[in-house]
Structures are given as C-alpha cells and as structure tokens.
Design a protein around this ligand. Sequence first.
Ligand SMILES: NC(=O)c1ccc[n+]([C@@H]2O[C@H](COP(=O)([O-])OP(=O)(O)OC[C@H]3O[C@@H](n4cnc5c(N)ncnc54)[C@H](O)[C@@H]3O)[C@@H](O)[C@H]2O)c1
Length: 272
Amino acid sequence: MTNTPLERNPSTGDRIDFSGRTAVVTGGGARGDGIGNGRATAILLARAGAEVVVVDRSEEVGRGTVEMIESEGGAARLFLGDVTSEEDCAALAAFAREGSAPPTVLINNVGIGAPGTVLDTEPDLWDLVMKVNVRSMVQVSRALIPSMQEAGGGSIVNISSISAIRPKGLTPYSASKGAVVSLTRAMAVDHAGDGIRVNVVLPGPVWTPMVQRPTMTPEIRERRKNSSALRIEGTGWDIGRAVVFLASEHARYITGQALVVDGGVTVLSPVR
Ligand SMILES: NC(=O)c1ccc[n+]([C@@H]2O[C@H](COP(=O)([O-])OP(=O)(O)OC[C@H]3O[C@@H](n4cnc5c(N)ncnc54)[C@H](O)[C@@H]3O)[C@@H](O)[C@H]2O)c1
C-alpha cells in the first residue's frame, strides 16, 4: 500500500463537469431531428451542466437544438447570426456575456464543404470557403477570448476534418481544414499564457445532416462506413464526445493537439 493520496476532483468526483460555465457552439443547429457534430456537442455540453449558447444563421435549425436541450432539462439560448460577419461576432460576444457566467468554452464548428481542384475552383468559391471555414473561427475567437482572459482561462475546440490530411477531390475544403489545424496550434501557443487551451478535432466520414444529400446513395453510405478500420459508422455523438473531452478539465494538460476521430480510416494502409 502507498500513502500517496489518490487524486480526485473534489467538486466533480472526476466526472466531466461544466456546471456554472457558459459554452458557445457555432453551427450548433442541424436540419430536422438530425444530429450534426455541432448539435451533438451542444447537447452533450448541456448534459454536463453547461449553459450553452447555440449559434446558427438559421433560426429553425438552431431553435431545434435549443428545444432538444430544454426538453432534457438543460439550459440553452439561441444566438441567430452569421459567423462570417464581424458585427454578428461582436454581438455574439455581448449576448454570451449576458448569461449566468462569462463564456469560457468555445466550439468553432461551422464549416462548409467544397469540391474542386486548383484548376476548376472559381476564386470566389475559394475565398468563400476560407472565409466560412477559417476566418470565421478567427473572428469568433477574437470576440470571445477577452472573456476567457478576464475569467482566468478557457478552452477552445476547432473542428477540422480528415480531409486536411487525406485529401480527395475537395481541394478548397482540404486547404481550409489544414489551415484550421495550423491556426489551432498557433492559437494554443499565443494563449497558453492566458490559461486558454486550444485543440482541434478531425472528424472522419460521420453520418450527419451535412452529408445527407440526394447524391448520398445507400451504396456510398456503406462504402463510407467500410472505409474505417473498425467498419462502423461514426455519428455526430462520436465527434461531440471527443470535443467535450478536449474542452473539459480532463484535458487540462492537452493543448495544441489534433485528435482524429474516424474509426481508424487514416491508420489503414492504402493497400488492403
Ligand atoms: N459530417 C461529416 O462527415 C464531417 C466530416 C469532417 C468534418 N466535418 C465538419 O464538421 C463541422 C460541421 O458539422 P455539422 O455536422 O455540425 O454540420 P451541419 O451542416 O449539420 O451543421 C452546421 C450548421 O452550421 C450552420 N452554419 C453554416 N454556416 C454558418 C454561418 N456562416 N454562420 C452561422 N451558422 C452557420 C448551418 O446552418 C448548420 O446548422 C464542419 O466544420 C465540417 O467541416 C463534418
């Protein structure tokens, strides 16, 4: 027997706990009753006790997430806005501060897909993808980091994609998601002294409303599923749980890291 006391968080008993904290999730809505990465993350943060600010540019889908959280007894508020707008980001910061605690958790989840190569991508589409997928994260972070600095710390999780490291036919998207990984590492260095951790999750081909388009046939869905080493289909919940872990105190010694959540798609040898 050792006399070393076993470490345990006295207030949470070592459960992931966000009680008394405000968490902002961008792109927290999802179509209908679908479970996207943002919606799942928002619901899981609320279940862990956070007051969640669901940010979406669509009232219908954002409200859906707020209602789901409230139906479980959680706390959530909808901020209707476009994260590519500087004005909306400033308004979001003010809105988030009106909660019961300053915002100290930020999940930068908004992202749009875009097919193409450097040869056939129109410059305007290239700029749009970089604006939505990268600049928006810079803007929302700039708006919310001062609250975290004042509170003595915080946690930011950015959402990239395995397209950043395994590109295939989505060059503007892949480039933007690669930038999100580098942005994360740079932000982690910049803000470590403020007690702010910054990490990034790279989801694999998960089944969310984002990919449920008319071109998504049952055969393609099956191929996506079987592309993983585990041969199971990932969901928004799988992404949300990884995000919640990185955002939580359980990850207090982790910053600047990229966590791939893909059922092992990217560890497989290309020769099978
Ligand atoms: N589904 C996948 O297979 C997959 C794989 C890898 C990475 N990702 C990444 O996951 C993230 C999104 O996942 P999701 O499942 O939550 O997507 P989703 O499409 O279900 O939800 C995104 C939400 O963002 C909102 N939105 C879009 N642009 C916005 C803007 N400018 N301002 C405010 N809100 C805006 C949409 O209205 C939507 O409700 C993206 O960053 C995406 O690139 C998804």
